[in-house]
Each structure stands twice: as C-alpha cells, then as structure tokens.
Design a protein around this ligand. Sequence first.
Ligand code: SDX
Length: 426
Amino acid sequence: MTEKVSITIDGKTTELPVLKASEGRSVVDVRGLIAEGIFTFDPGFLSTASCDSKVTYIDGDAGILLYRGYPIEQLANQSNHLEVCYLLLNDELPSQSQYDSFESSIKSQQTVDPNFQNIFNGFTQGAHPMSMVSAAVAGLASLFHEETDITNADDRMQTAHRLIAKIPTLAAMAYKHGRGEAFVEPNDDLTYAENFLNMCFGTAGEDPNVSPTIAKAMDRIFLLHADHEQNASTSTVRMAGSTDCNPYAAISAGICALWGPAHGGANEAVLLMLNEIGDESRVEEYVNKAKDKNDSFKLMGFGHRVYKNFDPRATVMQESCHAVLVEQGVEDDALLKVAQRLEKIAREDDYFIERKLYPNIDFYSGITLKAVGIPTELFTVIFTLGRMPGWITHWNEMLSAPYKIARPRQLYLGESSRDYVSISDR
Ligand code: SDX
C-alpha cells in the first residue's frame, strides 16, 4: 500500500504518493502538482531530491557514507582508488581478473595526444590549474565527439574509462605548464597515485622517485573524494548531461562548479585562511569574525549541507593526516598548530555547536596535502581527480534509464504586464 500525503490549495486537494527509500529518507513525489498548476519552492534544494540513485548513500546525522553499500571507512582501509572506480561504475567489487582488466584498460589510455597538449600553451604560466583542467577536459570532446554515442552503454563505459585514465595526465600537465616545466609522460609501471605524483613532481627523462607513504596518502585522498551523492558539482554534471550534450562538456561543467570555495575549492581556501591567520594567537580573532553576521568571513573547511554530526571522510582523513605529518616530521608545523587550535575552539564554541558546524574533509585534506608538499594551487585539481569516477558514474546512471531535461521553474516576483513607452514620453 503506497503511503500518500494530501495538499489542499484554494479548496482543491491533491494526493501525492510517498516513495520509499531502500536506506534513509522517503520522498514526496510532487510530480502530480504540475497538472494542478502548482510549483514547489526550494532555493538551494535543501529538501529536494533531484533524482533517484543507487550509487552513494549519506546519513548526515549518523555520519554514514556508503559507496554502493560499502562503508567509506572499510574502503579507505582495505581498498584503493582504482578498485573504488570499478565499484562505482559497475555496482560490485571486481574479481582479481576484473580488476586486472580494468587497471589494464586505464593504463592503456593515460597518454594525451601530443598535438592536443598544445591546449595548455593557450594559458599564461600564472593561470590557475583548475581553469586549464576544465578547458582541457572540455577539449577532449574535440577528439572523441563523433565516436561517442551517448545512447550506447559500451560507448558510455569507454568514456568513463578514458576520463579516469586521462584526468591525472591532464592535471599534471596543467601543473607542469604553470611551472614552466616539461611534461612527464605517464608511466605504466607505476600505480595510479604514483603515476600522478611522478607526472607532477618527476623530471622528464629521469626515473621515477615517488615516496610510498605520500602515494598511499594521495590514493586515499582520491578514494575519499570519489563520490558524494548529489553535491553541487555532481548535480551540475547531471543537469548539463540531461541536455544530451557531449559527456566531456558535462564533466567540464562539473569541474567548474567544484572550483568554488564553498565546494571543492575549500581545501585550497583552508590553506589560504590558515596562512592569513598565521599564528595561534590570532585564532580567536578569526573565530569571532566567522561568528560576526556583519562579516562575510567563514571558517573554510567547517560546516556541511548534509553532515550535521561529523564527516566520516574527515575522520579517516584526520588519521591519515596525522600519520603523514609524523612521517614527514612536521607535526610541529606552525600552520598545523593554527589548524588544531581552530578545530579545538570551534568544537567548544556554542555558535558552531548550535549550527552543527564540524570540520569537513576539506579541512584535513588541505593540511595533509600541504604536509606532503603539494602546492596549494593543485589542491582542488586533486579533488577533481578523485571525484571523476563519481561524476561519470552519475552521468552514466542517468543516461542508463529514461530521463528528462532538467528545467526548474521559479517564483516570479517581477512586474505584471505593462505597455512599452517611447523614450520621448519617459
Ligand atoms: C564540500 O555537498 C557536498 O557533498 C560537498 C562535498 C563533496 O564531497 O562534494 O562534501 C565537498 O563542498 C564540503 C564543504 C566545503 N566548504 C567549506 O568548507 C566552506 C565553508 N563552509 C560553508 O560555506 C558552509 O558550511 C557550506 C557551504 C559547506 C554549507 O552551507 P549551507 O548548508 O548552505 O549552510 P548555511 O550557509 O545555511 O549555514 C547555516 C548557518 C549560517 O548561520 P545562521 O544564518 O544560521 O546564523 O551556519 C553558518 C551560516 O552563516 N555557517 C558558518 C559556516 N558554515 C555555515 N559560519 C561560519 N563558518 C562556516 N564555515
């Protein structure tokens, strides 16, 4: 028996079905309202489910995050990013032979056409890598537009493999161009994270020399960022993809949405904030700024639309962060001291407690990336690399079933109809 809710407007009652979730909150199906000429109003979509999905489940109050049903803590400790890419795309963990075949497919597509590499020459050396990466991914449409039939499941999976394979190479090329250094070609003998680090920090023509500790931390950062339900950038990919546009264009739109400091750009913003605070003695001053309604300053890396308890990724990231800091011998780092004091105060301050503002993944990923020597401008590019499998999985999920172009309506508060007045009469 389907549960229903009734809504009465101007004396007319409409019954709306309640759709049950397999986990978490059920939803009121409001699609029947359009026949009654009624819109719902929910700026920012705080109480709106834009789609159904089987990919990722979040319980923000309980601090639960599942990728295809597997807890993020177990995946972070027992799996790796490539295996999680397979899991997200295929709904099941791979057998050894499936994993080997997937890894081989990814490794065989890591190179970027030498002529295409010239796209980076269009950017000044000071350009932010996110502007280069979003342009380069959109540019992939020029290479694969004709051969990509988005209605064909095999073509969609090929697109997914291609993007997962090439995003580390494009990200590293953006970084190298920004530094005025020669590109380092992908190395199939290295793991996914080792290869990315070598293409960023290695030297063309020289043997790789990648720290296993840093590679492990980087792989875990990729894994923890792999997907997160209908966040702003994933919703952007779905919205763009709903127009049947080229998938590389839809993903590029998601990269641009991720760049914002309220979203994936927060990890870079955390470091800029810590540098601005500079010393433990100034932490209270900045906490008070964050609480001041007349001050637009916010504590970067704190708060979350969904997590109102703790971000389970942040917990895993915090453990990884501490291990890396000890390994790197920088546990006494001044900025880390500022971050630790900031976290302590925020956790004890009523303003943050009442609003359930806790450190999110970006708070710890920013500190960890700094500890392993990653330049700040690469932080959000690393988030992009990690989130790639999530974006393309949601795009594929949407296109694997009937869908409609995303086209929200509005609450109109403008002028009623009025006649044009010639300029001589105004
Ligand atoms: C990511 O959606 C996802 O899943 C995103 C993500 C993913 O994996 O895809 O998890 C990745 O984007 C994590 C979030 C990274 N962003 C930041 O760390 C930037 C700082 N955080 C804020 O901008 C904010 O907390 C958001 C954007 C994360 C959430 O904003 P909401 O849900 O719209 O909450 P809100 O702005 O309505 O805040 C509620 C209250 C307000 O105060 P009141 O008006 O009630 O008095 O809390 C305050 C806000 O002013 N507040 C903060 C704050 N965040 C919220 N005050 C100070 N510092 C902050 N960081």
